[in-house]
Design a protein around this ligand. Structure first.
Ligand SMILES: [Zn+2]
Length: 452
């Protein structure tokens, strides 16, 4: 693969601080290659070794699921996007302005890789060696794919704000190197992100300037009037998102970020998705292999960069079925232990496979599982009733086993009147049983959400 390198484009360290910018003229230059829509993915192999490279652990709603070097490089690359990435926030040095290219060009963050990869893998990683003033470089092959390397001997900083004067800014360097990846050469404009050098502590080139913008627009064309635009993502149903925007086609692909360490960088896509409301809305189920990242929409009746929308942040926790929770803990029963409730199954209403199980309850006693959507703390007999005492439903009577357990297959198609369960609802369950000696007691209560 080495033989196919066209341009090992590097970014150098400016010797010393305080160098002056004197050239403000248009100075961009273009490399011969461009990236097809099939090569818009980028991944990060996070092998940075200095502590400052991964000490940003604060979540950012515009970069969900990422932190440290991964988040910094994600920010650096999407700055070249056609329009604001989400609300454009995420970089305090250019508030509300991440995503500035205005061209028929958008990249898709495809999560983390766990290998360096070849030139065709579009992965950002570190490399050891003697840099001689070089910070990083991007290898490019003739078919329009690439690999980005950062020398790990530098004191890299992941931001997210300004950095100290002894550090090198990873986001700025990623932004510069991704400029090479997409087909930009060094600019003669010293204030451009594509200027060939950067100083210690410098963060100004996180933001591409007019010269860089002119370059990417010359390479890919000014963003077309028919280019799909994503302007929001909401979720009314677990497992599903509604994408709002404009210029969506009759038939679209929705691109998701694939789970870390899975796949080869090819975006996770859902095809054959129609739009509604005059091409302004798309409803799509989120595939299992998706993770938090970006969502893009491609109008399949178009081709090239104009067919692919801007990248919009997507937090998968907003659509995932929540886990179980404890509603309240019971009192010890006549076994000496506190009864426990377990709920097994897929949470999927169509699967209808929920099994309620009580444990550590008295053997050979009658009991029944109860459920409701409210909660309470009502002392009853020897125990504590954790549901709303005036709005709960009883399931069929069961007998506990000699192993001090009881079990019930919850049939969603055969529930008590008024107690129907639907996807998206959370219900609380508890087991109510006779004690040895004639009184009653309860297990703890567990909340359980049903989903599609
Ligand atoms: Zn360079």
């Amino acid at each position: 693969m080495k033989a196919s390198i066209l341009v090992p484009s590097a970014l150098a360290l400016v010797a010393g601080l305080g160098f002056t910018f004197s050239n403000t003229s248009e100075g961009y230059a273009l490399l011969s290659h461009s990236l097809s829509t099939a090569q818009r993915d980028f991944r990060v192999y996070n092998t940075f070794i200095n502590s400052g490279a991964n000490n940003n652990v604060a979540p950012d709603t515009q970069f969900p699921g990422a932190q440290g070097a991964v988040m910094a490089i994600w920010k650096g690359c999407i700055e070249w996007g056609s329009r604001l990435h989400g609300n454009g926030n995420g970089d305090s040095t250019q508030n509300g302005d991440l995503g500035s290219g205005g061209a028929n060009f958008d990249a898709t963050f495809q999560g983390e890789a766990n290998y360096v990869g070849t030139l065709g893998d579009n992965i950002c990683s570190t490399v050891s060696g003697t840099p001689n003033g070089v910070l990083a470089y991007t290898e490019i092959n003739g078919s329009g794919s690439w690999r980005m390397r950062f020398y790990d001997s530098w004191n890299w900083a992941d931001g997210p704000g300004s950095i100290s004067g002894s550090q090198m800014d990873m986001q700025s360097v990623a932004c510069h190197e991704y400029g090479h990846a997409l087909g930009m050469d060094h600019s003669a404009n010293a204030q451009a992100t594509m200027a060939p050098a950067i100083g210690n502590g410098q963060t100004s080139t996180r933001s591409i300037n007019f010269d860089d913008i002119a370059g990417v627009q010359a390479k890919y064309g000014v963003a077309g009037a028919n280019k799909p635009i994503v302007s929001g993502i909401t979720s009314a149903v677990l497992g599903q998102i509604t994408i709002t925007g404009s210029n969506f086609g009759a038939n679209n692909e929705v691109w998701f970020t694939r789970q870390n360490f899975v796949g080869t960088g090819t975006p996770l896509t859902v095809g054959g998705v129609a739009s509604t409301n005059g091409g302004t809305q798309i409803v799509v189920s989120v595939p299992n292999d998706a993770q938090s990242g970006d969502v893009l929409v491609r109008n399949t009746s178009l081709s090239g960069g104009v067919s692919l929308s801007n990248a919009w942040p997507f937090d998968i926790s907003s659509i995932q079925c929540p886990g179980q929770g404890t509603v309240c803990t019971g009192f010890p029963n006549s076994t000496g232990a506190t009864g426990e409730l377990y709920i097994f199954g897929s949470q999927n209403v169509a699967a209808n496979d929920t099994v309620l199980t009580a444990a550590a309850v008295p053997a050979n006693q009658f009991g029944l599982f109860v459920y409701g959507q409210g909660s309470g703390l009502l002392p009853v007999s020897n125990g504590i009733f954790c549901l709303n005492g005036s709005a709960f439903y009883r399931l069929g009577i069961v007998q506990t086993t000699i192993f001090q357990t009881a079990s019930y297959n919850l049939d969603l198609n055969n529930l008590p009147p008024g107690g129907q369960i639907s996807a998206g609802q959370t219900w609380n369950f508890q087991f109510w049983h006779r004690e040895n000696g004639g009184v009653s007691n309860f297990t703890d209560a567990v909340s359980y959400t049903f989903c599609n």
